[in-house]
Design a protein around this ligand. Sequence first.
Ligand SMILES: *[C@@H]1O[C@H](CO)[C@@H](O)[C@H](O)[C@H]1NC(C)=O
Length: 310
Amino acid sequence: MLRLALCTCGVGLVLLLLNFWLSQSTQRTSTQMSSNEERHFNDTLAKLLIPRWPGSRGHSLVCDFLIEELRTLGLDATRDEFSDTFPLTNVVGVLNPNAKQFLLLSCHYDSKYLETTYRYVGATDGAVSCAILLNVAKKLNSLFRDEFGRNHIGLLLVFFDTHDSVNGITDNTYPLMGSKSFVRAETVPLNRISLVISFNLIGAPDQIYMSRYERTYYLHERLADIEEQLRASGQLDPCHRLFYKLKDHDSDIDDDHFSFLAKGLPVMHVLPHTYPDVWLQESDNLQNLHWPTVRNMNTIITRFVYEYLN
Ligand SMILES: *[C@@H]1O[C@H](CO)[C@@H](O)[C@H](O)[C@H]1NC(C)=O
């Protein structure tokens, strides 16, 4: 009896120590947004929340800002310029450029040209996704500072141009010219890209995210598990669950990942299950963003990318 009690006590102690060690190590590699990082996120977002359709002044300001910001964050940044049918500039940032393989995170930075308003800033339509990518880079660069040189996997951030409109053409098709050009030109050799994650329409309230492709379902499950762990350890804002282990494998919409998909690359499309209510309206702005969603998405994605690169 006494022996059993001692044994249980011993196991308890080991578990307690293990728990302590785990909590210390999650703290060390915490991917939660500190207030400093949130300030960075907010400042970044403010720079992006201007009308930025291809050809506008805002478009070139945002393009310049992305290059500058990537460099400030310690990434190699390049302008990837094309002029097949229309001049366009993708912005590419790289962490650990000598890596053999890359995780590619992408979103589009242009806003759609709308005839109805000159004030469309597309907060969920590109801007929040761009700010998340930059915030992930900021956080990971500090976590990986010393490890990256030895690591065989690097991170590519690609901000696609001309997703939404060309020359004021605003029918319901997306030209997706930035991503098409990137893939056609193999700006980065496609065989060096191990996974593409494309983000869009993030930041509206009451939205959930499901898996879009069977091939990457196991990674989607990982996102859902990460969300659960972060919530359990108090690292998320109070908010409904974002990632569900649900398969929505037949109804994906045209987006920047399509060109990669056509080339047989594994793809995740982080896009909510419905369009935001503010979609393509002037009200898709800062005031109508749902901050718990934005913050939690940022924290979950940062954690996922951190794990993937490890
Ligand atoms: C970031 O912006 C949001 C929305 O405007 C605000 O609620 C939050 O307090 C800001 N965070 C910081 C650190 O300034």
